[in-house]
Design a protein around this ligand. Structure first.
Ligand code: UDX
Length: 449
């Protein structure tokens, strides 16, 4: 059954949600406050890189199922369900900036005043527990003159999509969490998802604040797993016996109580979600008088992990002044051009500070990195040009393209073949037999065999 839906806020979550909804095929009206972004999207161009997104955007616009609309009122009046996916960035003091969601709540409220039929508001923007009920609901009620749970519906429905596989994650979610203000609202969204998904999906219905907390707890635990395995990697690196964190992770992951996922040691986590959400959760807890020690350690280990990459290169090469260091991979993970809080940025900053000549390459994120560092570093359009004559290479992001390289590719190009594998994509024995090779979580003993 085709439904009339609106999506408000076309960032990563909003735009990917809008195209998936429109492709199934619902009639979707999408609104974005940034006019230049809205214009691009209307022309079928995605403002950011995400596999499959642009193809689906063009298709759904062409088929008439996705319409970019220039006002929240039109979006609300032309739909029965609205997904609110506006940004909730973090303020310098660690609190969430709810100004966008409050402003949009006001507009939605005013539009609801003119609606006769039942309208369901689905908040997807990440907000700290209690916000949908204490911040969003009063604004909607005040500006609509209507009552939540009677005249309009209200749910909080967190999104767990990963950048780089967003479309897949929306179409095949591991679970759907519906935080409901009232039973009818929850039921309406559950029925909608039952129709939308072509497979059986686990749905868990809770109250609003529990669903808000689930989103934070989920990201916090994933980041904890990564910082944990990175800590194990740091211990492995210091052992004089042959120990490799990759083997350790594989073995502990076989225990169903632990699970194999999110145990890849590397140079730390970045992106738009983990850093923001964990900082917000720490600040929120502290405000309530609780000091979340595990979360603080998770953040600290993550920052140290990035610093370590430069420490290791320095230990091997001595003074970095004037040395040509090539950075392979800039985005915070593969298959995205997103460099927000990417480990690469912190590594580059330190290398600049050390006086190194920093050369970078990434299949998708060169332009976004240029916006951060301008002329302070050198950008190369290909991997081969980037590593040519380099004194050392730091592999920061595990793009497929890098996995294909052999030790010979590095030997042929580099002045002084020293490679630090920050994401464990290379076979340690093969590489360390041919070039100077160190890697996260690999004891030096092993790398020198
Ligand atoms: C994350 C959550 O996975 C998603 O559910 C939520 O909705 C948004 O935040 P995303 O930021 O897109 O998604 O990326 P994700 O794949 O989770 O990776 C986050 C970071 O952790 C990346 O920097 C990645 O390189 C790093 N990572 C991930 C590791 O270092 N090791 C791992 O084992 C997994």
């Amino acid at each position: 059954m085709s439904r009339n839906i609106s999506v408000i806020g076309l960032g990563h979550v909003g735009l990917c949600t809008a195209v998936c909804l429109a492709d199934r095929p619902n009639k979707v009206k999408a609104f974005e406050i940034d006019e230049s972004k809205m214009k691009l999207i209307g022309e079928g161009v995605s403002p950011f890189y995400e596999p499959q997104l642009e193809m689906l955007l063009r298709k759904t616009i062409r088929e008439g199922n996705l319409q970019v609309i220039s006002g929240i009122e039109k979006a609300i009046l032309g739909s029965d369900i609205s997904f609110v996916t506006v940004g909730t960035p973090i303020l310098p003091d660690g609190k969430l900036d709810t100004s966008f969601i409050r402003a949009c709540g006001e507009q939605i409220g005013k539009a609801l005043q003119k609606k006769e039929s039942f309208h369901l508001i689905v908040v997807k923007s990440t907000v700290v527990p209690g916000s949908t009920e204490r911040v969003v609901k009063p604004i909607l009620e005040r500006h609509s003159g209507k009552k939540a749970g009677t005249d309009f519906g209200l749910v909080f429905n967190p999104e767990f999509l990963r950048e780089g596989s967003a479309i897949h994650d929306i179409l095949h979610p591991s679970r759907i969490i519906i935080g409901e203000y009232d039973e009818h609202s929850g039921e309406t969204l559950e029925t909608f998802y039952e129709e939308f998904h072509r497979e059986r999906i686990q749905v868990l219905r809770t109250n609003l604040a529990t669903a808000e907390m689930i989103k934070y707890a989920s990201n916090a635990l994933l980041a904890t797993k990564i910082s944990f395995i990175n800590e194990m990697a740091n211990i492995c690196e210091r052992l004089s016996e042959r120990v490799d964190v990759v083997e350790v992770a594989q073995a502990i992951g076989m225990d169903p109580r632990i699970g194999p996922h999110f145990l890849q040691a590397g140079l730390g986590w970045g992106g738009s979600c983990f850093p923001k959400d964990i900082t917000a959760l720490i600040t929120f807890s502290e405000k309530m008088g609780y000091n979340p020690r595990i979360l603080e350690a998770v953040v600290l280990v993550n920052l140290e992990q990035t610093k370590r990459a430069v420490d290791i290169v320095k230990e091997e090469m001595g003074n970095l002044k004037g040395k040509k260091i090539s950075i392979l991979g800039l985005s915070f993970k593969p298959n995205t051009d997103d460099v927000r809080n990417a480990p690469s940025l912190r590594i580059i900053e330190r290398l600049i500070h050390e006086g190194a000549e920093v050369c970078v390459y990434d299949p998708a994120a060169l332009n976004n990195t240029r916006r951060v560092f301008g002329t302070k570093i050198k950008y190369f359009p290909s991997l081969a040009e980037c590593i040519d004559n380099a004194d050392s290479c730091i592999l920061v992001t595990e793009w497929e393209e890098f996995k294909k390289l052999s030790p010979e590719d590095y030997i042929r190009s580099m002045r002084n073949p020293f490679l630090f594998d920050g994401r464990r994509i290379y076979k340690a024995d093969e590489f360390s037999a041919r070039i100077k090779f160190l890697a996260v979580g690999l004891s030096k003993m092993r790398s020198k065999t």
